[in-house]
Design a protein. Structure first.
Length: 292
C-alpha cells in the first residue's frame, strides 16, 4: 500500500466532517447527517406525506384520523449514498508553484481525504480520471480495500492533453446514477469542465466542485520579464509582469466571480483551494457544520 497522502493534522480535522447529501435530505440539507437517510427501520426520525409506492404499513393511521391525510413514519437507516471522485487529468493540472506544489498533488490529497470520509460513513465511492485520452473509471465500493486501491491508483494518474470532449464523456451518463454525489476536482479553466459539472447537476446528480488554483494564479507574484506558457496548447506570452499585474488580477477576479455565479445558478456547491492552504480547507467549507 502507498504512503498516507493525508498529513496527520489534516487527518485529525477530518474526523469532525461528514459527507452530507442535500438531495437525500429533500433539497435543503436539514436534518440529514453523514451516511444516513430516511427509511423504514431503526430509530424514528420524522413524518412526511404519503407518496405512491410507499408501503401501507408505514402509514401512521392515528395521525390520519386527526389530519385526514396520509403520512408516513420515517426512520433513519444506512444511506444508499454513492460518491464519485472525479479528477481532471488534463495537462494544466500539472501546473506547479515555485515550491513544487502542483494542482494534481492537491487533487490526490483531496481525493484521499474524500475516501476517508466515505469509509467513515460506510458509503460506497468510486473514481474517474478525465482526459482527452479517455476515461478511467473505478466502480464504487466501500471499505478499506477500496480506499487502499484508490491510494495506489492516485499515484499513477496519467496527466496530459486537454479536457475530454462530449463523445469521450458519454459513458459517464451510464455509470453515474441519478442522485449520486459527484465531487469534481479541476482548475475549471476549460469551459468543457464547467459544462460537465452543470450538465450533471441538471440531470439530477448532486455535484460539488472544488477549483484548484496555484499561488501564482491567485497572487501574480512575478517580477520583470516573464514567459507565460499554456500547458495544454503550448501558447506562450512574454510580458512585463509588473505592467500586467493589475489587469491580470482584475480579470482573474472577474472570471472567478462568473464561475461562482454559474455554479450557484446550477445548484452546485463549490469551494476554491489554493495550494498554500491546508488540504482540508475546501472540505470544511463544503461539509462543515456551517456549510451552506
Amino acid at each position: 500500500m502507498s504512503a498516507d497522502p493525508i498529513p496527520p493534522a489534516v487527518r485529525h480535522r477530518l474526523s469532525g466532517l461528514r459527507l452530507v447529501s442535500r438531495r437525500l435530505a429533500g433539497g435543503d440539507g436539514l436534518g440529514l447527517h453523514a451516511s444516513r437517510s430516511r427509511g423504514a427501520g431503526l430509530e424514528f426520525a420524522q413524518y412526511r406525506p404519503y407518496e405512491p409506492g410507499d408501503e401501507p404499513r408505514q402509514i401512521d393511521w392515528k395521525l390520519f384520523a386527526r389530519a385526514d391525510r396520509f403520512f408516513v413514519r420515517e426512520a433513519e437507516r444506512e444511506s444508499p449514498l454513492r460518491l464519485w471522485i472525479m479528477i481532471d487529468a488534463s495537462a494544466s493540472m500539472a501546473q506547479a508553484d515555485t515550491d513544487g506544489a502542483t494542482r494534481i498533488g492537491a487533487a490526490r490529497g483531496l481525493a484521499a481525504a474524500l475516501a476517508e470520509l466515505a469509509v467513515a460513513g460506510g458509503d460506497r465511492f468510486g473514481w474517474i480520471w478525465l482526459s482527452d485520452g479517455g476515461l478511467h473509471v473505478a466502480t464504487p465500493a466501500n471499505g478499506m480495500r477500496q480506499r487502499d486501491r484508490l491510494r495506489l491508483e492516485l499515484a499513477t494518474i496519467p496527466i496530459g492533453g486537454g479536457f475530454p470532449g462530449p463523445t469521450t464523456l458519454t459513458p459517464l451518463w451510464e455509470r453515474i446514477a441519478a442522485r449520486d454525489m459527484v465531487v469534481l476536482l479541476s482548475d475549471f479553466f476549460d469551459e468543457a469542465g464547467v459544462a460537465l459539472a452543470t450538465r450533471l447537476a441538471a440531470a439530477g446528480r448532486e455535484v460539488l466542485a472544488i477549483q484548484l488554483l496555484t499561488v501564482g494564479e491567485r497572487d501574480f507574484p512575478f517580477d520583470g520579464g516573464h514567459l507565460f506558457r499554456d500547458p495544454e496548447t503550448g501558447e506562450e506570452l512574454l510580458g512585463d509582469a509588473p505592467a500586467l499585474r493589475a489587469d491580470y488580477l482584475q480579470r482573474f477576479a472577474e472570471a472567478r466571480a462568473r464561475l461562482a455565479a454559474e455554479f450557484q445558478a446550477s445548484g452546485i456547491r463549490h469551494a476554491t483551494h489554493v495550494l498554500d492552504e491546508p488540504l482540508d480547507t475546501p472540505l470544511r467549507r463544503l461539509f462543515g457544520r456551517g456549510e451552506g
